[in-house]
Design a protein around this ligand. Structure first.
Ligand code: C2E
Ligand code: MG
Ligand code: MG
Length: 711
């Protein structure tokens, strides 16, 4: 008997079953992760790829919601999109998100989802496709790091670099290019290259065509031209050497150009060496605050662009002062060196470990996924010092207090990040030390160190707790005191409440530095006038902050103080920093000239720690360079420091400037300085800052003796 043919219904049913079976298989064996998900988030059906990707078995996964295994930082975005599907605002969405694998690692995925509804329009389930893009992410990461490395290199390289688009519109300047052209990059970017980079012929002074025109036109590298003059925005010249090249895309099209140049005056090699010294702490060899600041700013801009986190650990050695006081400076230094080594060894190569000064270290973690990563590092740093440190045959056990702040959770910029980490560190100390604390805003309200200082400072002003002390400046050639630097003190019963390094930045921040600075100026002039009346003419040096100097009324108040106190203007010297002078803009040169025309002298304080644009120095009417004590510290044994100081003295003299060395503590240092021809010195060897009464006793007693042998 022949089998009867299938009824039409039967055949439809089989076809349907067959199609369902095929679909189910396709779902199950698809190479991409697939799932059906109930509106509230429970997995309804998942395929093998998805299970493999996330590390769960099918039944494990089905007992979870997608929320359970979504990275907490991506959940809000995901839920918002899901909400839009449910409300009908959009039919589907795509997003990049992170899942947490069963073993805890992060899976980067591309999720596509749409919503299926029943006939009445009620949501039934989502259809989700999940593609593992971890590999692509890793590749992007590698690419990004490469770019970052290139960017860091550009920032720290000793040459100036400017890039443009094919139409010669500036697209970037590195910091050296900013200093050499006088154009900060935020103003330069978007302008024609010719505005920023103006070259002249050294003989005819005629404009020289921009080398980029030839480089881009010929699509080839234009080699070093050695005889051009670059004109700074403020009108100064410097001889430079430059080369220009086109930038290509992967297909070989010209997409822009780059000019690399440097100062070829004899000061450049010196400037490079100084830049290294100025950016590193001589005791530990770690980056110092200046370099940390630029690394932090960079890390923050990168993290912001990538939507990532970065963290700062503010590390302070517990009870360091006691250790230092009881064992002496040398032991304290050895301890800090070992601490530096151990912290460095506890973190990754691309983390920055910096010493801010004293016993304060900062660790910058430029890439972290979650705040918890920072606590892991903090734990490692704490552990690094659990073994005692051997110093002078003494085994010292030390501990740290660590404050952590995270970008962007705790602060949006480098400076606040550091401040908040400092605040959190302070809390860690308060909580019994040897531990770490994450910053939280409540700490700020309670106790920000800064706010506390500001409040106290206002009270101190009212109570006249600020005083001036005077540190002798000597000339070893003449063998006597030639003047004094006025140094501000905030003391109660002879004890420092805060050191100037602590409270002056606060006074600058809140603007109090203007009235305080005016008071300092008046008081210092009053004293110097008294000295010249009672003893002999001695000059007084007064530190002037950038903010105070740039204040519109500075010149008038200076004139008024001179008039009021009757001090001969030649006995007054103002100490400015390189930053104040270099960053002040065009009117600064004019202001400096006007001050000089009164007869007042000008000196550059902390010389060598700023921009090192030595070749511009001759354009400023500065009388004296005060070599920063960081350079003096090691001259007696470190040949690099000695060479630098020797060169600064020679160069200063070549430019007809006086040179004074600050921070002279030992006879060896003094002897070395004398041998280089630097006879003006200031430092503990000749006397610490003292009250005006003590200073007067000193000049009365030792006027004719050698200050070095005087008590
Ligand atoms: P500065 O102008 O570079 O002052 C020299 C600092 O070095 C002083 O610290 C002084 O005590 C210290 N010093 C002097 N000799 C030695 C030495 O041989 N070895 C060592 N290690 N240090 C030495 P001080 O008084 O704590 O002042 C710190 C800074 O605070 C000053 O640095 C200055 O920038 C600022 N400052 C002080 N008084 C004033 C002021 O009246 N106005 C302004 N705007 N700033 C001030
Ligand atoms: Mg000074
Ligand atoms: Mg100084």
């Amino acid at each position: 008997m022949r089998p009867s043919p299938p009824s039409p219904n039967e055949s439809l049913e089989t076809q349907l079953k067959e199609s369902e079976r095929r679909f189910a298989q396709a779902f199950r064996y698809a190479a991409i992760g697939m799932a059906l998900v109930l509106p509230e988030g429970r997995w309804l059906q998942v395929n093998d790829s998805l299970c493999a990707m996330l590390g769960y078995t099918e039944s494990e996964l089905m007992s979870l919601d997608f929320q359970d295994i979504t990275h907490p930082d991506d959940l809000a975005d995901d839920l918002a999109l899901v909400g839009q599907l449910l409300s009908g605002e959009r039919p589907s969405f795509h997003m990049e998100k992170r899942y947490i694998h069963r073993d805890g690692h992060i899976v980067h995925a591309q999720l596509s989802a749409s919503l299926v509804r029943d006939e009445s329009g009620e949501p039934l389930y989502f259809i989700s496709q999940v593609q593992d893009i971890s590999e692509r992410k890793a590749f992007e990461d590698a690419l990004f790091r490469e770019r970052e490395l290139a960017e860091v290199t550009l920032k720290s390289i000793g040459d100036a670099v400017i890039t443009t688009d094919p139409n010669l519109i500036v697209t970037s300047l590195n910091p050296i290019a900013e200093a050499m052209t006088g154009w900060p990059s935020h103003e330069a970017v978007g302008r024609p290259m010719d505005d920023i980079f103006q070259l002249r012929d050294p003989l005819t002074r005629r404009p020289v065509p921009n080398p980029l025109i030839a480089a881009i036109g010929k699509n080839s590298i234009v080699g070093l031209a050695t005889d051009a003059i670059l004109v700074h925005r403020n009108g100064f010249d410097s001889p430079i050497e430059d080369s220009a090249a086109p930038i290509h895309d992967y297909a070989g099209n010209v997409v822009g150009g780059v000019v690399v140049f440097h100062d070829v005056s004899e000061t450049r090699a010196l400037a490079l060496k100084m830049a290294h010294l100025a950016h590193h702490d001589t005791l530990t060899g770690l980056p110092n605050r200046a370099l940390l600041t630029s690394r932090m700013e960079f890390a923050v801009s990168v993290a912001a662009r990538r939507n990532q986190r970065a963290a700062l650990l503010f590390v302070d050695v517990d009870h360091f002062k006691q250790i230092n006081d009881s064992l002496g400076h040398a032991a304290g230094d050895a301890l800090l060196q070992e601490v530096a080594r151990r912290i460095r060894a506890a973190v990754r190569a691309d983390d920055t470990v910096s010493r801010l000064g004293g016993d304060e270290f900062v660790v910058l973690l430029p890439h972290i996924d979650t705040a918890a990563d920072a606590s892991v590092v903090a734990g490692k740093v704490l552990a690094a010092c659990s073994a005692a440190i051997g110093v002078d045959a003494t085994a010292l056990s030390i501990s740290f207090s660590i404050g952590i702040s995270v970008f962007p959770d705790d602060a949006q910029d480098a400076e606040s990040l550091l401040r908040n980490a400092d605040t959190a560190m302070y809390e860690a100390k308060m909580q019994g030390r040897n531990g770490y604390r994450f910053f939280n805003p409540a700490m700020n309200e309670r106790n920000t160190a800064r706010v506390r200082v500001e409040v106290d400072l206002r009270k101190a002003l009212a109570r006249n707790e600020l005083t001036l002390q005077f540190q002798p400046k000597v000339d070893t050639e003449i063998g006597s005191i030639v003047g004094a630097e006025a140094l501000l003190r905030w003391q109660v019963d002879g004890e420092d409440v805060y050191t100037p390094e602590h409270f002056i930045p606060v006074a600058e921040d809140c603007g109090l530095i203007v009235p305080i600075g005016e008071w300092v100026l008046r008081e210092a002039c009053r004293q110097a006038e008294r000295w010249s009346r009672l003893y002999r003419p001695l000059s007084v040096s007064v530190n002037v902050s950038a903010l105070q100097f740039q204040h519109t009324r500075f010149f008038e108040s200076l004139q008024a103080v001179l008039e009021e106190t009757g001090l001969h203007p030649t006995l007054l010297e103002l100490e400015l920093t390189e930053r104040t002078v270099m960053e002040g803009g065009e009117h600064i040169v004019d202001l400096l000239r006007r001050i000089k025309s009164l007869g007042v002298s000008l000196s550059l304080d902390d010389f060598g720690t700023g921009y090192c644009s030595l070749s511009y120095l001759k354009h400023f009417p500065i009388d004296t360079l005060k070599i920063d004590r960081a350079f003096i510290r090691d001259v007696a044994w470190d040949t690099d420091s000695a060479a630098i100081v020797g060169a600064i003295v020679a160069m200063g003299k070549g430019m007809n400037k006086h040179v004074l060395a600050e921070g002279v503590e030992t006879m060896d240092q003094a002897d070395f300085l004398t041998s280089t021809g630097c006879s003006q010195m200031q430092g503990f060897l000749f006397g610490k800052a003292m009250s005006s009464r003590e200073f007067e006793e000193r000049i009365a007693a030792i006027d004719l003796g050698d200050p070095r042998v005087a008590p």
